[in-house]
Design a binder for this molecule. Structure first.
Ligand code: NAP
Length: 306
C-alpha cells in the first residue's frame, strides 16, 4: 500500500477501463475515496456488487463534486456532454483527465468547459482487451503498458508530475506528445488494425463460396486472431472512427497503396518482393517481444487442450 495520492477520485464511466482503474486504485490505496458514476442503473448496480468504489451515483456531477482527481472513462463521443455536466462542480486545483483513445477531438470537446484553476491533462492508457463493462476490468491491466499524456501548452508541471506518479503507481510508463501526433501514431498502431479486422471478419461473413461453419472450423489458420480485435466494443470503435477521421483516412490511404503493391507482387509472381516484406515484418514482431509488449509463446500462449 502506498500513501494516498488523492482524497477523492471520481471515475465517470465504469466499463473495462474505469473498473480496472478502480481495482488498481483500491488495491494500492491511491485514493482515500473512490466515487463512481455511470449512466445506467444496471451498470451502477454491478459496480456496487463488485465493490469497485466507496460511493455510487448515476449523476456524474455528484461523483465529481469535491474530487481532486476526475477521470473520464466513457466513449469519446460522450465527452462533451459529460464535460458540460460536471464543469460546474469541478473544484479549483483538481486534475481532470481521461482515458480516451483519441486526443485532438477530446481537447476540442472538453477544453471549452474546463473552469479556470482546474488542470486538464488529457491521457490515454495503451492497454485494453476486446471485453467491455465493469466485469471485464482487472487491476493489472496497466502493468508494463504506456500511458500517453497530451497536455495543452502551459499546463501546471506539478499537476503533470502528480498524474505521472498516479499512472506509475498503476504500473504504467508515462510519455508525453502533442495530440495531433498521438492521433497519427494511434491511427497506425491501433485504429487501422481494428478497422482491418472489422473489415476482414465482415468480408468472411459475407462470402458465399465458403460456408460459415468452415470459417469457424478452420479459423486457427489466421482468421481467429482478427476476430479478437473485431469483437471489440462497437460503440467505442464507432466513436474512435468518427473522432480520429483525418489521421485514420491518411493511414488508410497509405495502407491501400501498399496493399495494391502487394497485390501486384502476387499477381506477377514477384517472390523476392514478398519474401523481403515478410522478413521485414517478422523483425517488427521480434522488436515488440523484446520491448516486453507481447509474450514470446507459440500461438500467443493459448492453452492447448489435453
Ligand atoms: P466500456 O467497457 O464499454 O464502458 C463504457 C462506460 O461508459 C460505461 O460505464 C458506460 O455506461 C459509459 N457510457 C457509454 N456510453 C455513454 C454515453 N453516451 N454517455 C455516458 N456514459 C456512457 O468502455 P471502455 O472499454 O472502458 O472504454 C472507455 C474509454 O476508454 C473510451 O473512451 C475508450 O476510447 C478508452 N479506451 C479503451 C480501451 C479498450 O481497449 N477498451 C483502451 C484504451 C482506452 P453504462 O454501461 O452505464 O451505459
Amino acid at each position: 500500500m502506498t500513501a494516498p495520492l488523492f482524497d477523492r477520485l471520481a471515475l465517470i464511466g465504469i466499463g473495462l477501463i474505469g473498473s480496472s482503474l478502480a481495482q488498481v486504485v483500491r488495491q494500492k490505496g491511491l485514493a482515500k475515496h473512490v466515487a463512481i458514476s455511470t449512466r445506467s442503473e444496471d451498470t451502477l448496480r454491478r459496480a456496487e456488487e463488485l465493490g469497485l468504489g466507496d460511493s455510487y451515483s448515476q449523476d456524474a456531477a455528484v461523483a465529481a463534486d469535491g474530487a481532486d482527481l476526475v477521470i473520464l472513462c466513457v466513449p469519446v463521443g460522450a465527452y462533451e456532454a459529460v464535460a458540460k455536466w460536471i464543469a460546474p462542480v469541478l473544484q479549483s486545483g483538481a486534475i481532470l483527465t481521461d482515458v480516451g483513445s483519441t486526443k485532438t477531438s477530446v481537447i476540442e470537446a472538453v477544453g471549452p468547459y474546463v473552469p479556470d484553476g482546474v488542470h486538464f491533462i488529457p491521457g490515454h492508457p495503451i492497454a485494453g482487451t476486446e471485453q467491455s463493462g465493469p466485469d471485464a476490468g482487472f487491476a493489472s491491466l496497466f502493468e508494463n503498458r504506456w500511458c500517453i499524456f497530451t497536455p495543452p501548452p502551459g499546463t501546471d508541471e506539478a499537476a503533470i508530475a502528480k498524474l505521472t506518479e498516479f499512472w506509475q503507481e498503476c504500473g504504467s510508463y508515462v510519455d508525453q506528445m502533442d495530440p495531433e501526433h498521438h492521433d497519427k501514431v494511434l491511427a497506425i498502431v491501433s485504429h487501422l488494425p481494428h478497422i482491418i479486422a472489422y473489415n476482414i471478419v465482415g468480408t468472411a461473413d459475407d462470402l458465399e463460396t465458403v460456408t460459415k461453419s468452415e470459417v469457424i472450423k478452420y479459423s486457427a489458420s489466421g482468421f481467429r486472431d482478427f476476430t479478437r480485435l473485431a469483437a471489440s466494443d462497437p460503440t467505442m470503435w464507432r466513436d474512435v472512427c468518427l473522432n480520429n477521421k483525418d489521421a485514420i483516412l491518411e493511414m488508410l490511404s497509405r495502407f491501400s497503396e501498399d496493399l495494391s503493391a502487394l497485390q501486384r507482387a502476387i499477381r506477377w509472381g514477384d517472390g523476392d518482393k514478398l519474401f523481403e516484406l515478410f522478413t521485414r515484418t517478422r523483425s517488427v514482431r521480434r522488436s515488440i517481444i523484446e520491448a516486453g509488449q507481447e509474450i514470446d509463446m507459440p500461438d500467443f500462449g493459448r492453452v492447448k487442450p489435453d
